[in-house]
Design a protein around this ligand. Sequence first.
Ligand code: CA
Length: 559
Amino acid sequence: MFDYKHAVIYQIWPRSFQDSDRNGIGDLNGIRSRLDYLSDLGIDAIWLSPVYASPNTDYGYDISDYYAVNPEYGTMEDLKLLIREAKERHIAILMDLVANHTSTRHPWFQEALKNPDSPYRDWYIFRKGTVSSPPNNWLSFFGVSAWQKAEDDMWYLTLYTEQQADLNWRCPEVRKEIAKIVNFYLDLGVEGFRLDTINTIDKDPNFPSQNPEKKGLQFPGNLVLDRPMVKQWLKELEEESWGRRDAFALGEGVMTTEASVKEYCGNGKPLQMMFQFDTVCLGYGELGKYDPRKLYLITNQQFKQVTRKWMTAQQRDHTWLGNYLSNHDHKRHLDRFGNDGKYRVRSAEMLALYNFTLYGTPFIYQGEEIAMTNPKLKKQDWRDYEAFHSSKAMTEILHIPPFLAEKITSFVDRDNARTPMQWSDQKNAGFTEGVPWIQVNPDYPAWNVKSEQADPDSVLNFYQALIRLHHEHEALCTGSWRELIPDHPHVLAYVRENEEERLTVILNLSRHAQKAVLPENEIVPSEDLLTSTVPRALTAEMKLLPYEAHLFLHRKHHS
Ligand SMILES: [Ca+2]
């Protein structure tokens, strides 16, 4: 199996990575042309966001044919070539499996919708409501009713957009088909899968309303998250597909819990790795990123608390996380957890050092290695369905005036993370010679791969050094994680340790200088391997500049 415990994984969102045929849309041959870049960076695997046929309501997360490549991205032959050429560079390709739902344009759904007697009716979730009201009060993840009308009093479930119909995993034919899809791609040489929203595949079979005493639509929460059948269906899928082939599987756990992760992941469990949502949801209100009621305020204590929670859980429960700060579903992380102005470089490096020294496997989202930021596009430049949908829902559900809803949307919108990769200071950042499908961040002349490659102090070179260190130091992969000074309001410090070495990580999470006093018994002669500012010795009392970060190594000598 792909050695996930020693790997660094790079997420590619194909539409915005590299265009190869001047139509303004990133594609498979574009990715292939950048394999040398990824190989030089030192990554071990690519998680490829969906490249399947899709009407693009949710850019590939709404699949209309699982056995076809979206013609905008290329052909099945291009995909095979990408897998082969990546393998030649010792880079594994991990595909995205979107199996909670399909596009409503998928022929299975079209058949189910047209013909109530079709066997495909049972592949989806059709339930009776009344002619004018849906079967229950569930709110979708996109801020509208989770039900769409089929005919008369019959409705179907769409937990995401209304063009993504939830599959009925209780139907054995559905589960058989999903195993077939996984096996099809494993046959092509794919080494594993990231399973999209995998903890929502089981819904309460009685479909009760959530908090029925409350007015209006309600987020279904425990009625759709981490329900009892998820574990069993994953086990069955594992036995029918990746388990047989010694392939890798990673699950996206939407708002998942430590107890559920323990059920899905670890020795003898169906998955090798999970994603948690606590870190990336810091500062969000009850209804998610478009709910500004918490004003997106995050304290460094909260950041430390979430870190502590999951580092402790993994070691206690023998589970394994993929650690990430950004992905295609959230704005980029610099102005959330760091600073995208004066301290752009230093906070990008501090956060990278954090993500690469946690217990679990580090993920890089395309562009974070050059410190890309959020352009906060105006409404006329939005491309994401969620942005339009959710800004409307903000007005309707939270009664936020439209001008303010628009402003908040520009601030949190997923388009922020989806502007083209900035390769050079040439036209359109070297992403395309055509017209890019989404605006390029205007800061590209100063922030791009080419200029950062030439600058030894760049964020890109810092990432490259971190990846190398991750490969060189076993303790960074499998060593224990132990926190120092948990009560400090702004400095996060911890030790990664095994029998051979001990690595001490010290991170100033704040935009102000901080003093940290470490316990005397933790101070051992150490070498500062990597620093985002100036080299310093490890001392009991550390005075740290804003976002200053250190990685100290102590080699143990055995007598
Ligand atoms: Ca293209």
